[in-house]
Design a protein around this ligand. Sequence first.
Ligand SMILES: N[C@@H](CCC(=O)N[C@@H](CS)C(=O)NCC(=O)O)C(=O)O
Length: 217
Amino acid sequence: MTPIITVFEQSPDRGKGLARDMRVRWALEEAGRPYSVRLVSFKAMKEPPHLALHPFGQIPTYEEGDLVLFESGAIVFHIAERHAGLLPQDANGRARAITWMFAALNTVEPPILDLQTAKFLEGDKPWTGERLPLVKDRIRQRLGDLSVRLGDAEWLDGAFSAGDLLMVHALLRLKPSGMLDEYPNLAAYVARGEARPAYERAFAAQLAVFTRKPRTW
Ligand SMILES: N[C@@H](CCC(=O)N[C@@H](CS)C(=O)NCC(=O)O)C(=O)O
Protein backbone atom coordinates (compact mmCIF):
# COMPACT_ATOMS: atom_id res chain seq x y z
CA MET A 1 0.00 0.00 0.00
CA THR A 2 1.42 3.38 -1.00
CA PRO A 3 1.56 5.73 2.00
CA ILE A 4 0.36 9.31 1.78
CA ILE A 5 2.23 12.05 3.58
CA THR A 6 1.06 15.58 4.18
CA VAL A 7 3.35 18.43 3.20
CA PHE A 8 3.21 22.22 3.16
CA GLU A 9 1.32 23.82 0.32
CA GLN A 10 3.34 26.98 1.06
CA SER A 11 6.57 26.25 2.86
CA PRO A 12 8.46 29.07 4.62
CA ASP A 13 11.68 27.91 2.91
CA ARG A 14 9.98 27.31 -0.45
CA GLY A 15 10.85 23.62 -0.47
CA LYS A 16 14.56 23.89 0.27
CA GLY A 17 14.64 20.83 2.48
CA LEU A 18 13.90 22.18 5.95
CA ALA A 19 10.25 21.24 6.41
CA ARG A 20 10.02 17.95 8.23
CA ASP A 21 8.28 16.05 5.47
CA MET A 22 11.83 15.99 4.07
CA ARG A 23 12.81 13.40 6.70
CA VAL A 24 9.93 11.17 5.76
CA ARG A 25 10.55 11.57 2.03
CA TRP A 26 14.24 10.81 2.59
CA ALA A 27 13.52 7.70 4.69
CA LEU A 28 11.09 6.40 2.07
CA GLU A 29 13.65 7.03 -0.66
CA GLU A 30 16.35 5.21 1.32
CA ALA A 31 13.94 2.30 1.71
CA GLY A 32 13.05 2.41 -1.98
CA ARG A 33 9.34 2.86 -1.25
CA PRO A 34 6.94 4.93 -3.36
CA TYR A 35 4.70 7.49 -1.66
CA SER A 36 2.10 10.13 -2.46
CA VAL A 37 1.77 13.58 -0.99
CA ARG A 38 -1.22 15.68 -0.03
CA LEU A 39 -0.61 19.42 0.12
CA VAL A 40 -2.11 21.29 3.06
CA SER A 41 -2.42 25.02 3.64
CA PHE A 42 -1.66 26.64 7.01
CA LYS A 43 -5.39 27.19 7.42
CA ALA A 44 -6.34 23.59 6.61
CA MET A 45 -3.72 22.31 9.06
CA LYS A 46 -5.72 23.80 11.93
CA GLU A 47 -9.11 22.48 10.78
CA PRO A 48 -10.84 19.31 11.96
CA PRO A 49 -10.02 16.98 9.05
CA HIS A 50 -6.29 17.55 9.48
CA LEU A 51 -6.50 17.73 13.28
CA ALA A 52 -7.99 14.24 13.18
CA LEU A 53 -4.67 13.11 11.68
CA HIS A 54 -2.39 15.39 13.66
CA PRO A 55 -3.52 16.60 17.09
CA PHE A 56 -1.20 19.61 16.94
CA GLY A 57 -2.20 20.72 13.47
CA GLN A 58 1.19 20.28 11.83
CA ILE A 59 2.89 18.39 9.03
CA PRO A 60 4.03 15.77 8.31
CA THR A 61 1.45 13.05 8.78
CA TYR A 62 1.62 9.55 7.35
CA GLU A 63 -1.36 7.50 6.25
CA GLU A 64 -0.98 3.86 5.29
CA GLY A 65 -4.31 2.04 5.12
CA ASP A 66 -5.83 2.25 8.59
CA LEU A 67 -2.62 3.48 10.13
CA VAL A 68 -2.23 7.22 10.75
CA LEU A 69 0.98 8.56 12.25
CA PHE A 70 2.33 11.99 13.12
CA GLU A 71 5.75 13.13 14.46
CA SER A 72 8.49 12.87 11.88
CA GLY A 73 10.71 10.79 14.18
CA ALA A 74 7.98 8.22 14.79
CA ILE A 75 7.24 8.05 11.07
CA VAL A 76 10.91 7.55 10.18
CA PHE A 77 11.12 4.85 12.86
CA HIS A 78 8.05 3.12 11.44
CA ILE A 79 9.57 3.12 7.95
CA ALA A 80 12.93 1.95 9.29
CA GLU A 81 11.33 -0.93 11.18
CA ARG A 82 9.42 -2.22 8.21
CA HIS A 83 11.97 -1.82 5.45
CA ALA A 84 15.64 -2.65 5.08
CA GLY A 85 18.33 -0.01 4.87
CA LEU A 86 17.76 2.29 7.82
CA LEU A 87 18.45 0.14 10.89
CA PRO A 88 21.13 -2.52 11.44
CA GLN A 89 20.11 -6.17 11.61
CA ASP A 90 21.88 -6.95 14.88
CA ALA A 91 19.94 -6.07 18.02
CA ASN A 92 22.64 -3.99 19.69
CA GLY A 93 23.49 -2.03 16.57
CA ARG A 94 19.79 -1.40 16.09
CA ALA A 95 19.41 -0.16 19.66
CA ARG A 96 22.36 2.20 19.19
CA ALA A 97 20.94 3.57 15.93
CA ILE A 98 17.63 4.22 17.69
CA THR A 99 19.55 5.96 20.46
CA TRP A 100 20.99 8.33 17.83
CA MET A 101 17.49 8.98 16.51
CA PHE A 102 16.46 10.12 19.97
CA ALA A 103 19.68 12.09 20.41
CA ALA A 104 19.00 13.96 17.18
CA LEU A 105 15.43 14.86 18.15
CA ASN A 106 15.75 15.31 21.91
CA THR A 107 19.26 16.60 22.46
CA VAL A 108 20.65 18.22 19.32
CA GLU A 109 17.58 19.64 17.61
CA PRO A 110 15.96 21.58 20.49
CA PRO A 111 18.67 24.26 20.87
CA ILE A 112 18.80 24.61 17.08
CA LEU A 113 15.05 25.23 17.01
CA ASP A 114 15.50 27.70 19.84
CA LEU A 115 17.80 29.73 17.62
CA GLN A 116 15.13 29.87 14.94
CA THR A 117 12.59 31.02 17.51
CA ALA A 118 14.93 33.65 18.90
CA LYS A 119 15.77 34.98 15.43
CA PHE A 120 12.54 34.77 13.52
CA LEU A 121 9.68 34.72 16.01
CA GLU A 122 11.17 36.85 18.77
CA GLY A 123 13.73 38.83 16.78
CA ASP A 124 11.98 42.12 17.54
CA LYS A 125 11.92 41.64 21.31
CA PRO A 126 14.14 43.92 23.39
CA TRP A 127 15.93 40.97 25.01
CA THR A 128 16.88 39.23 21.77
CA GLY A 129 20.36 40.77 21.68
CA GLU A 130 21.16 39.26 25.06
CA ARG A 131 19.41 35.96 24.42
CA LEU A 132 21.00 35.08 21.08
CA PRO A 133 24.56 34.51 22.37
CA LEU A 134 23.19 32.23 25.11
CA VAL A 135 21.23 30.20 22.60
CA LYS A 136 24.26 29.95 20.32
CA ASP A 137 26.46 28.82 23.21
CA ARG A 138 24.05 25.99 23.95
CA ILE A 139 24.18 24.91 20.31
CA ARG A 140 28.00 25.03 20.30
CA GLN A 141 28.05 22.83 23.37
CA ARG A 142 26.08 20.17 21.53
CA LEU A 143 28.01 20.56 18.27
CA GLY A 144 31.32 20.35 20.06
CA ASP A 145 30.37 17.11 21.80
CA LEU A 146 28.89 15.64 18.64
CA SER A 147 31.97 16.62 16.66
CA VAL A 148 34.23 14.83 19.15
CA ARG A 149 32.09 11.71 19.06
CA LEU A 150 31.91 11.62 15.25
CA GLY A 151 35.65 12.20 14.87
CA ASP A 152 36.82 10.93 11.48
CA ALA A 153 33.97 8.47 11.09
CA GLU A 154 31.67 8.62 8.12
CA TRP A 155 28.48 8.03 10.13
CA LEU A 156 27.64 8.01 13.82
CA ASP A 157 27.73 4.25 14.40
CA GLY A 158 28.97 2.14 11.51
CA ALA A 159 26.77 2.17 8.43
CA PHE A 160 24.35 5.00 7.63
CA SER A 161 21.16 4.65 9.70
CA ALA A 162 17.94 6.42 10.57
CA GLY A 163 19.98 8.01 13.39
CA ASP A 164 22.19 9.73 10.80
CA LEU A 165 19.17 10.67 8.72
CA LEU A 166 17.54 12.53 11.60
CA MET A 167 20.83 14.00 12.83
CA VAL A 168 21.80 15.34 9.41
CA HIS A 169 18.36 16.82 8.96
CA ALA A 170 18.43 18.49 12.37
CA LEU A 171 21.87 19.96 11.65
CA LEU A 172 20.89 21.20 8.20
CA ARG A 173 18.80 23.93 9.79
CA LEU A 174 22.04 25.49 11.04
CA LYS A 175 23.61 25.91 7.63
CA PRO A 176 22.57 29.53 7.05
CA SER A 177 23.97 30.55 10.45
CA GLY A 178 27.50 29.45 9.48
CA MET A 179 27.82 27.68 12.85
CA LEU A 180 28.18 24.27 11.26
CA ASP A 181 31.36 25.40 9.50
CA GLU A 182 33.00 25.92 12.88
CA TYR A 183 33.06 22.09 13.07
CA PRO A 184 34.50 20.87 9.75
CA ASN A 185 33.81 17.19 10.43
CA LEU A 186 30.13 17.99 11.10
CA ALA A 187 29.89 20.14 7.99
CA ALA A 188 31.39 17.23 5.99
CA TYR A 189 29.00 14.80 7.70
CA VAL A 190 26.00 16.89 6.66
CA ALA A 191 27.40 17.22 3.13
CA ARG A 192 27.72 13.40 2.96
CA GLY A 193 24.07 13.10 3.94
CA GLU A 194 23.02 15.63 1.31
CA ALA A 195 25.05 13.77 -1.32
CA ARG A 196 23.17 10.51 -0.83
CA PRO A 197 21.06 9.75 -3.91
CA ALA A 198 18.01 9.14 -1.70
CA TYR A 199 18.42 12.59 -0.13
CA GLU A 200 18.79 14.18 -3.55
CA ARG A 201 15.61 12.53 -4.80
CA ALA A 202 13.70 13.59 -1.69
CA PHE A 203 14.99 17.13 -1.96
CA ALA A 204 14.05 17.37 -5.64
CA ALA A 205 10.56 16.05 -4.89
CA GLN A 206 10.02 18.56 -2.11
CA LEU A 207 11.29 21.43 -4.22
CA ALA A 208 9.12 20.36 -7.14
CA VAL A 209 6.03 21.25 -5.11
CA PHE A 210 7.05 24.87 -5.57
CA THR A 211 8.45 24.76 -9.06
CA ARG A 212 5.72 22.93 -10.92
CA LYS A 213 1.95 22.85 -10.75
CA PRO A 214 1.34 20.34 -7.97
CA ARG A 215 -1.34 17.70 -7.91
CA THR A 216 -3.92 18.63 -5.27
CA TRP A 217 -6.94 16.82 -3.96
N1 LIG B 1 7.88 17.40 16.33
C1 LIG B 1 7.14 17.51 15.11
C2 LIG B 1 7.23 18.96 14.65
C3 LIG B 1 6.35 19.19 13.44
C4 LIG B 1 6.49 20.62 12.94
O1 LIG B 1 6.97 21.52 13.64
N2 LIG B 1 6.02 20.82 11.71
C5 LIG B 1 6.09 22.14 11.12
C6 LIG B 1 6.66 22.03 9.72
S1 LIG B 1 8.33 21.48 9.72
C7 LIG B 1 4.70 22.71 11.01
O2 LIG B 1 3.77 22.02 10.68
N3 LIG B 1 4.58 24.01 11.29
C8 LIG B 1 3.34 24.72 11.19
C9 LIG B 1 2.68 24.89 12.52
O3 LIG B 1 3.21 24.42 13.54
O4 LIG B 1 1.64 25.53 12.53
C10 LIG B 1 7.70 16.55 14.05
O5 LIG B 1 8.89 16.24 14.14
O6 LIG B 1 6.96 16.10 13.18
